[in-house]
Design a protein around this ligand. Structure first.
Ligand code: KIV
Length: 273
């Protein structure tokens, strides 16, 4: 028996996400970057799959999200699209491919949609990228905003600590959220900001507000898959709930395999032709 009313929906759309906010059903969102993992995430019933530029960290081993390219994001997104039947797929436009001018932003969004088959794009920032957001939306591409601790601006922030604790930054964040909604964004992500502020934004906006490190008063939650599965053990912020210890399980499996190969236990007769 399904535990939530969107469980039987064949394909999640922006319209369905809006209905979920309207009736108070929380939205689940997780990152995925490849075919095999996306297939499991989709089959589990996650509402939104984010092909995040966190691929730069967890897939490519970079320190920040800045180095990943548009071609690399399209490669990851295409693999995810091939796996997914139900989830709504959002793809990050990487750093440097939308901030400069709105024509480039539109070109990047169109490449993602055309070449990967994804359903929407995500961009970081508020008033500063308004023209780009409007231009992308004018081509019929759904846009998800992202405010708070926006990782593409990490060198401006200088630290990964909680954002918008001061009144001026909190007020700007509320303004930016309203601008993104007025532009026509279908949802926004709020990352690592005080729960009280995030709740205020979720109440002020009619579009879904998805949080990561933004408390429980928003309309849904997103986590990076590798962090919640315990594949990345070195990253353990307070907001992260770890649902498995895959690093431990995988280490044990790999070590057992090595032992079996070295001891000539593998392959045995029934595993041979
Ligand atoms: O790239 C990403 O994984 C993200 C999430 C942290 C929201 O943007």
């Amino acid at each position: 028996m399904s535990v939530h009313s969107s469980a039987n929906i064949k394909r999640i759309t922006t319209h369905i996400l809006q209905e979920m906010k309207d009736r108070g059903e929380k939205i689940s969102m997780l990152t995925a970057y490849d075919y095999s993992m996306a297939k499991i995430v989709d089959a589990a019933g996650v509402d939104i799959i984010l092909v995040g530029d966190s691929a730069s960290n967890v897939m490519a081993g970079h320190e920040t999200t800045l180095p990943i390219t548009l071609d690399q994001m399209i490669y990851h997104a295409s693999a995810v699209v091939r796996a997914v039947k139900r989830s709504f797929i959002v793809v990050d436009i990487p750093f440097g491919n939308y901030q400069g001018n709105s024509s480039e932003a539109l070109r990047s969004a169109i490449r993602i949609m055309k070449e990967s088959g994804a359903h929407a794009v995500k961009v970081e920032g508020g008033a500063e990228i308004k023209e780009s957001v409007i231009r992308i939306l004018s081509a019929g591409v759904p846009v998800m905003g992202h405010l708070g601790l926006t990782p593409q601006s990490i060198y401006k922030f200088g630290t990964y600590t909680v954002r918008a604790k001061e009144e001026a930054e909190a007020n700007k964040l509320i303004e930016d959220a309203k601008i993104l909604e007025a532009c026509g964004c279908f949802a926004i992500v709020l990352e690592k900001i005080p729960a009280e502020l995030a709740t205020k934004v979720a109440k002020a906006l009619s579009i879904p507000v998805i949080g990561i490190g933004a408390g429980g008063g928003v309309d849904g939650q997103v986590l990076v898959m590798h962090d919640m599965l315990g594949i990345t053990q070195e990253f353990k912020p307070r907001f992260l709930r770890q649902y498995a210890d895959l690093q431990g399980m995988m280490m044990e499996a790999f070590q057992n395999y090595i032992k079996d190969v070295k001891s000539k236990d593998f392959p045995n007769e029934s595993e041979s032709y």
